[in-house]
Design a protein around this ligand. Structure first.
Ligand SMILES: [Ca+2]
Length: 311
């Protein structure tokens, strides 16, 4: 499928210049050139377009370096690169547009990413990028993720400024939640009405992720979706408890969705359920439950709302 490619623009046109300007040094680096994706994680169902902003800074906040040779890696079975927009023009010497084969080179030490594109900036007088932090580009993809799948977009460096190492965090793209294939089985036991699932998804999208604490909780839960499900599947009693609480709070959720405040029905039952769930859960999920209980406590003490509800 992957045809042999001619040398990329870097090798043909600017390889020697890049090598002179940007020497990937040996040994330990005191400083690093750093890449952070924005957003760090996001959901995109199959066919959906998504953009990943690529933000740059240097550990010593020096805005006047000689440049950076950056590779952006992805899994071509799960994402299709549509292109790059808003690529920083300052000292730009080239940008690939097509997948370079990473299956043999594996520059990012992630066998799942079979493609990369290279984008490079080189400033002979050392004036790159001029100010910090700086958005280097936005990578535009289309998702081919099916339910329950996720994938990483990674970064590596083909060249860094002399004396600088490279550090980057990956961007995570998840299929729209729904999670593992086993979740639908749990849903059938969790909800007495099939419409409850849609109601809770609306609550997640329209209320929960609109507040920082709710967003953190959703992210943490999805990061541990498999573990969260395993707790339920091991404990039919927890499923029954959750089902009863959903029945009691269905109208309250609808009220919150309508933009009004609602109290939690059977709050002591909710707290007992959360504690029982935490007892059966691995530490990371216990931490999440602890954060939810603390948020309820804070709201009760201050008279504020927690996750849209008034404790
Ligand atoms: Ca790879």
């Amino acid at each position: 499928m992957m045809l042999p490619r001619p040398p990329s623009w870097t090798a043909r046109l600017v390889g020697p210049a890049l090598a002179c300007l940007l020497l990937t040094g040996v040994g330990a680096h005191a400083q690093t050139q750093q890449i952070t994706p924005d957003p760090p994680s996001q959901e995109a169902a199959s066919g959906a377009a998504l953009g990943i902003g690529v933000d740059y800074t240097a550990s010593d906040r020096n805005p006047l370096l000689t440049g950076l040779g950056l590779r952006l890696h992805w899994n071509s079975a799960r994402l299709t690169l549509q292109g790059q927009s808003d690529v920083l023009d300052t000292a730009k010497i080239g940008a690939d547009t097509d997948c370079q084969d990473d299956t043999q080179t594996d520059y990012d030490a992630d066998p799942q990413t079979d493609c990369f594109v290279q984008i490079a900036w080189a400033s002979l007088p050392g004036q790159w990028p001029g100010s910090l932090p700086k958005r280097l580009l936005t990578a535009e993809f289309t998702s081919a993720l099916t339910e329950g799948q996720s994938t990483a977009v990674n970064f590596s460096a083909s060249a860094t400024a002399v004396g600088y190492g490279f550090a980057a965090t990956s961007a995570i793209v998840r299929a729209e939640s729904g999670g593992d294939e086993e979740w639908p089985m749990a849903y059938a036991r969790l909800f007495s009405r099939p419409s409850d699932l849609d109601l809770l998804r609306r609550y997640r999208d329209e209320v929960l992720i609109r507040s920082p604490s709710g967003r953190d909780a959703v992210e943490a839960l999805y990061a541990q979706s498999g573990d969260a499900l395993a707790v339920f599947l091991r404990s039919p009693g927890l499923l029954r408890q959750a089902r009863a609480l959903m029945d009691r709070n269905r109208s309250a959720v609808s009220t919150v969705l309508a933009g009004r405040t609602a109290g939690i029905s059977d709050q002591s039952g909710v707290i007992a359920f959360l504690n029982a769930y935490a007892d059966q859960a691995p530490p990371a999920l216990q931490g999440l439950v602890g954060q939810v209980l603390a948020e309820l406590d804070r709201a009760a003490a201050s008279g504020a709302t927690a996750f849209g509800f008034k404790p």
